[in-house]
Design a protein around this ligand. Structure first.
Ligand code: F6P
Length: 504
């Protein structure tokens, strides 16, 4: 164990040694909790007051950040240094929104200019009378644009966008039934341009166009990728390949050309404002002192419950239909980044890393899963995400009831309620955080997503793990390839029997 590891272990010991107090006691003893544990930034209010972070735990976690060399690691991230050692790469999603090494920011701006020029050309009908956009990508090449378009594009009528990720033909079929092939633009989104699901979907989309008599289907294809040569070799004309840097990770790539369908659907100005909102949180993350740094404090909360108190999951509930895809987006961001067992230098981490992220929308979830949150045996830290302004013109009673419910659930989880009948008793002391947006617009949504990205980076740094690789997804892909290549030998009898039953 080197000196840094030893200092880190000491810091963890100090955290574990902090006396545990109930939330109710903490509110009694710490009348300044709101001024210390609520951070307002970029139109978002982050309320950590109903967590067990207290006057002793917060400095103990700041001690862990110091022991982990957090400030230097964060500077290295934004300087474009190698922060992904297993793949020998920087992680330059910040540069996409203007927060990074000057040469990386300049490169990102040049690539954005190219994206904008292609969008202008599409708007000017240089590729024909495009009305529909079929975006094909999976994981990080789909979830970000999907979330943004779903959240912000409800009134946008510029283009009808469908984002298809699953290789299940049923997903594409449904889109083929409603899109006009002659008026459809296909955006093939793949960082590596090797992902089998995306490429098969793209081939099927081209076949659909050909069958419908479209003269030059490839003329209606654009590629969004960090492997432009592969896209060109696959058949996309160079002028319609929108590259992004290899150093932008897939699940962090919304800000690059992967955001193309969002920029097309919402308009370029909205896309730029999304980037600006993200940049505002990046600056906050870079410059705010640890005790007032929202992504860092959120990482403290996450680690306190997952690594110290043994919470296996964390639940995120969007009390806003426009954010209904947020839990799915966060599942990839958090679990693919921090679902690791070894440190960046290859040693066992020695404690639990990322909790399983799950969630849903309020108030629906209250009538389905909240029973367990209130009375189950498991500790589940809950996160409520809501916006002050509604996204509709219906009677204000709707939005009021929505917000009242979000606040009531947090209060109930914390307060609990004793009862003579054990079945009716609530233990309380259950933690929650609340993120309240002024409104859901491009700037605030960009800020929200960047907050989560930086939170994940902060948690990884405190744990000493690399959040930017994802080798855990490879083995299953390799086995699928081997089976496709006709080799079932060597696989277990159960897998062989399933193959035989399904394919004869
Ligand atoms: O298999 C996981 C993964 O590599 C993700 O990290 C990524 O977002 C997704 O697949 C899609 O990859 P690509 O953009 O290269 O098609």
């Amino acid at each position: 164990m080197d000196e840094r590891d030893a200092a880190r272990e000491q810091a963890w010991d100090a955290i574990a040694a902090v006396e545990r107090q109930s939330l109710a006691t903490l509110f009694e003893r710490e009348p300044d909790r709101l001024s210390r544990l609520v951070v307002e930034e970029a139109g978002l209010r982050f309320d950590f007051a109903k967590t067990h972070l207290d006057a002793a735990l917060l400095p103990a976690f700041v001690g862990l950040a110091e022991a982990a060399g957090f400030a230097a690691r964060r500077d290295a991230l934004f300087a474009g240094d190698i922060v992904n050692p297993s793949e020998g790469r920087a992680a330059e999603h910040g540069a996409e929104r203007g927060e990074g090494a000057p040469e990386s920011v300049a490169r990102a701006r040049a690539l954005h200019a190219r994206m904008r020029a292609l969008i202008d050309a599409i708007e000017a009908e240089a590729l024909g009378p495009i009305r529909h956009v079929l975006h094909l990508g999976i994981g990080g090449s789909a979830l970000g644009p999907k979330l943004v378009i779903d959240a912000l594009g409800r009134e946008a009528d510029r283009y009808d966008v469908a984002i298809v990720s699953n290789v299940d033909g049923a997903a594409l079929d449904e889109v083929f039934a409603r899109f006009d092939p002659a008026a459809t633009l296909i955006a093939v989104a793949s960082k590596t341009f090797t992902t089998t699901e995306t490429l098969l979907n793209a081939e099927s989309a081209l076949a659909w166009m050909e069958e419908a008599g479209v003269e030059d289907p490839y003329g209606q294809v654009v590629a969004l990728t960090a492997a432009p040569d592969r896209a060109i070799a696959w058949g996309v004309d160079e002028t319609r390949v929108l590259p992004f840097a290899e150093s932008v990770g897939g699940r962090y790539s919304l800000w690059s050309s992967i955001g193309f369908p969002a920029a097309l659907a919402l308009g370029w100005d909205a896309f730029e404002t999304l980037l600006e909102g993200a940049a505002a949180i990046d600056r906050h993350f870079r410059l705010a002192e640890p005790m007032r740094n929202a992504p860092l404090i959120a990482a403290f909360v996450d680690l306190y419950y997952s690594s110290v108190r043994g919470a296996g999951t964390r639940a995120v509930f969007a009390y806003d239909e426009r954010l209904r895809l947020l839990p799915a987006y966060l599942q990839q961001l958090e679990m693919e980044s921090n679902g690791k067992s070894v440190t960046a230098d290859g040693h066992p981490v020695g404690r639990d890393t990322a909790a399983i992220t799950w969630g849903g929308v309020g108030t629906d979830a209250q009538h389905a899963v909240f029973q367990l949150l209130h009375q189950g045996t498991r500790l589940v830290p809950v996160e409520f995400v809501a916006a002050i302004e509604p996204g509709h013109a219906l009677d204000e009673a709707h939005h009021r009831q929505l917000l009242v419910n979000a606040f009531a659930q947090g209060a109930a989880l914390m307060a609990g309620r004793p009862h003579d009948d054990p079945a009716r008793a609530y233990a309380g002391d259950r933690p929650s955080t609340t993120i309240l947006l002024d409104r859901i617009d491009p700037a605030r949504l960009g800020a929200l997503i960047a907050f989560y990205e930086n939170r994940v980076f902060a948690a990884a740094t405190l744990l000493g793990i690399n959040p930017f690789d994802q080798f855990g997804v490879e083995l299953g892909k390799e086995i699928a390839r081997a089976i496709e290549d006709g080799s079932t030998a060597g696989f277990d009898p159960s897998t062989r029997a399933l193959m035989a039953r399904a394919f004869g």
